[in-house]
Design a binder for this molecule. Structure first.
Ligand SMILES: Cc1ncc(COP(=O)(O)O)c(C=O)c1O
Length: 353
């Protein structure tokens, strides 16, 4: 089975030996603190490292067991404050977590801000906007610099809280990094990220940067959830960072993922050129496929699985019937080439939608 469904790194992307050594050092040297209950909001020296990286007081940094946990905590802080606005399509887990939400479509330049403004005219008071502006899951699209400035401006004018979820920003293969929403509008933007895509997801180390008051207000719910997050992996991540291993690891990971992205784009051009359309991300894990008019991607998945290739239908993310998310992070370039060929063989020969 060739999987374009799994949004996870291929095993060779993981820095196994380096992490083993960092974990040993972290326990031997810092075990007296990392093996006890510690600060509710995360391993203090890692909070300091992250604070420095984002130029904020460490008291504003909440380090969690993965950034999805940070989403839950932010949500709890907004309980009773109206509905969350999400992108359409968006990451399927927040869609499942939120019982109701409002949606704003996105295009190849990211969130459609005219639509957002129209929605804001209608809804009385949204809780916050949840956005993944860089290499979005599931589409791979990135919010343009111009739209980032406009969105930051809108957040200021309307006092619209924004949760900027940015686990993929550093996984860029080419092109210049745009300014983060957080850098543009610190007052209303909460910023979450993770070491899942830059080091390893099994570490379960993510974080969110909030106002100091909001971070402090989370202490009770965080303590009631897990007393203290998993500190040994946080100490391990810190050791990895202090040894200067992040940048070389990113270089390696970017190279491996870029080869996979290139293999997928080349195979799509060859196999589906003129018949379907897809995004061309400059980084991240995913691209978004729009199949020919009339194709039902859920039905296609049934046949594709029989042919030994899987993906996630776009409808899981709020996308249209003929859309699909293809992850290029897991399969090897050769498998990607073969998987796209198999998939294309099942797609009707009509023109793109
Ligand atoms: C957009 C987005 N946010 C958050 C997460 C969760 O990351 P973590 O492993 O830090 O919980 C993912 C994981 O795939 C993701 O794609």
């Amino acid at each position: 089975m060739i999987s374009f469904a799994r949004g996870v790194p291929a095993p060779e992307l993981l820095p196994v030996e380096e992490l083993a050594d960092c974990a040993k050092t972290a326990i031997e040297r810092d075990g007296a603190s990392a093996l006890l209950y510690g600060h509710t909001l995360g391993y203090q020296p890692l909070r300091e490292w992250i604070g420095e990286r984002h130029d904020v007081d460490p008291a504003r940094v909440v380090v969690t067991n993965g950034s999805l946990q940070a989403f839950h905590f932010v949500l709890s802080a907004f309980a009773g404050a109206g509905r969350v606005i999400v992108e359409r399509p968006t990451y399927d887990r927040p869609r499942k977590i939120l019982s109701e939400f409002d949606e704003v479509p996105l295009d190849e330049d990211g969130l459609d801000l005219d639509e957002l403004e129209r929605l804001l005219e209608r809804v009385e008071r949204p809780a916050f906007l949840y956005t993944i502006p860089t290499f979005q899951n599931p589409t791979g699209v990135t919010l343009s610099e111009e739209r980032r400035r406009r969105l930051a401006d809108l957040a200021t004018r309307r006092t619209l809280p924004i949760l900027e979820d940015d686990p993929y920003g550093l996984v860029r293969f080419e092109g210049a990094s745009p300014t983060s929403l957080f850098e543009l509008e610190e007052g209303n933007v909460m910023y979450s990220s993770s070491f899942s895509k830059t080091i390893a997801p099994g570490l379960r180390v993510g974080y969110v940067v909030l106002s100091e008051a909001m971070a402090a207000s989370l202490e009770d719910i965080v303590a009631s959830t897990y007393i203290t997050p998993a500190l040994v992996t946080q100490a391990t991540v810190l050791e990895f960072l202090r040894r200067g291993l992040l940048e070389p690891n990113l270089e390696r990971v970017r190279g491996l993922l870029r080869a996979r992205r290139d293999a997928m784009l080349e195979a799509l051009d060859r196999e589906l050129g003129g018949r379907a359309r897809w995004s061309r991300p400059e980084g991240g894990y995913f691209l978004w496929l729009e199949l020919p008019e009339g194709t039902d991607s859920t039905e296609l998945l049934g046949r594709a699985s029989e042919a030994g290739v899987t993906f996630v239908p776009g409808s899981d993310f709020g996308g249209g019937r003929g859309s699909a998310r293809l992850a290029f992070s897991y399969a090897s370039p050769a498998e990607i080439d073969e998987g796209v060929s198999r998939l294309a063989g099942l797609v009707p020969a009509t023109a793109a939608a």
